[in-house]
Design a protein around this ligand. Structure first.
Ligand SMILES: *Cc1c(COP(=O)(O)O)cnc(C)c1O
Length: 367
């Protein structure tokens, strides 16, 4: 039987044609028509005024924080359960990520815990839409306004997710996306920042291109970065974006198949739930082991691996990783991170694959 991977990219239509166009016209670097076209199409998709493409999702986060003038000594509130790039981007600015526990329902930052961590040094909040389920932006936005903070959405895993009918990407001061090979749409490596703020967008463009004055070539008023996306990446991205509604629908269908195939295992595992105010997208379909099996996660994953099914553990919380280690406990994050498994989630999976995964999981859980 073939091996099932946990994630894989899916070319959906015009990728090859657009890339060949870059090669045939010699526009292979970070100038060319696909960059602007991809930025504009992505801004429209998110319902925002501006989209600024970058070379990956981590540089998108760093550039966003540079644009917001984050300084050494400042503090930024982030969830403890996230991908490490969220914390690293804060550290790149010399600032301190301040960790907050997550809520059990969505595994996203718990808005009720945020205010306890606000100090005079706090400048903003990074709300991560983890695994495709959006964070509680309504409450987060209220807290931010009350304390004069900015909000960055880390939407690297959540292209197309919605909060009360509004797409992520336009729900904070700005938002960042990733187009890494395992994300919902991909450019190989790539990222994007979206915002409705004209001045911020101009600043992001300035700092993305080494800080070169747009009106005076080779005049650099600031220390910038080279975080540009190439035309080839944007060509792939534009083609991927043309197929995003299909991609999201296929991922919804996949989640539906899992929900049915795993229904009888619910005394052993918790299945994903969608908050009433949210539209989640399935970057990853996650399950969590219930009480009694809390120490068996790695063994279950090992058995699945032996049955040629690749899975991944839910991210380790930041407070257990060496660069951000704390003795404090974050009970919900610890619980979910210890028990969570990402099941294979990509657009080439069939109902038969899902049945095979469910059957293998059933065997692993009773063993
Ligand atoms: C993937 C990811 C990033 C970083 O994106 P890259 O394109 O891999 O640099 C940042 N934050 C989260 C939550 C991610 O999942």
């Amino acid at each position: 039987m073939n091996r099932i991977s946990v994630a894989q990219p899916k070319m959906v239509g015009n990728e090859r044609k657009y890339v060949l166009d870059c090669l045939d016209t010699n526009w292979i670097s970070s100038n060319g028509k696909y960059i602007g076209a991809f930025e504009q199409a992505f801004a429209e998709f998110c319902g925002v005024k501006h989209a600024v493409a970058t070379n990956n999702g981590t540089t998108a986060l760093h550039l966003a924080l540079v644009g917001l003038d984050l300084q050494p000594g400042d503090e930024v509130i982030i969830p403890t359960v996230t991908y490490i790039a969220t914390a690293n981007a804060v550290r790149y600015c010399g600032a301190t990520p301040v960790l907050v526990d997550v809520c059990a329902e969505t595994m996203n930052i718990d808005p009720r815990e945020i205010e306890k961590k606000i100090t005079p040094k706090t400048r903003g909040i990074i709300a991560v839409h983890l695994y495709g389920h959006p964070a509680g932006m309504g409450t987060i936005d209220e807290i931010a306004r009350k304390h004069g903070l900015w909000v960055v959405e880390d939407a690297a895993e959540a292209h197309g997710a919605e909060v009360q009918g509004r797409k992520v990407g336009g729900l904070g001061t700005c938002a960042t996306f990733s187009f890494f090979g395992n994300k919902i749409i991909t450019t190989g490596e790539g990222g994007m920042i979206t915002t409705n703020d004209d001045a911020l967008a101009a600043k992001l463009r300035l700092f993305r291109g080494q800080g070169m004055d747009p009106k005076r070539r080779y005049w650099f008023p600031v220390v910038g970065y080279n975080y540009r996306m190439t035309n080839i990446q944007a060509a792939i991205g534009l083609a991927q974006l043309e197929g995003i509604e299909t991609a999201l629908a296929q991922r919804d269908a996949l989640a539906g198949w899992y929900n049915v195939a795993l229904a009888d295992l619910q005394d052993k595992i918790v299945l994903p739930v969608e908050a009433s105010w949210a539209r989640q997208v399935f970057w990853m379909y996650n399950i969590f082991l219930r009480d009694g099996d809390e120490n068996r996660r790695d063994a279950v994953m090992q058995q699945l691996d032996e049955m040629d099914i690749e899975t991944r553990p839910v991210f380790y919380p930041m407070h257990v990783l060496p660069p951000y280690k704390e003795d404090a406990s974050y009970p919900v994050g610890d619980l979910w991170a210890q028990r969570g498994i990402n099941l294979p989630t990509h657009q080439d999976l069939t109902p038969a694959d899902v049945q095979r995964i469910a059957d293998s999981l059933r065997m692993a859980l009773v063993n």
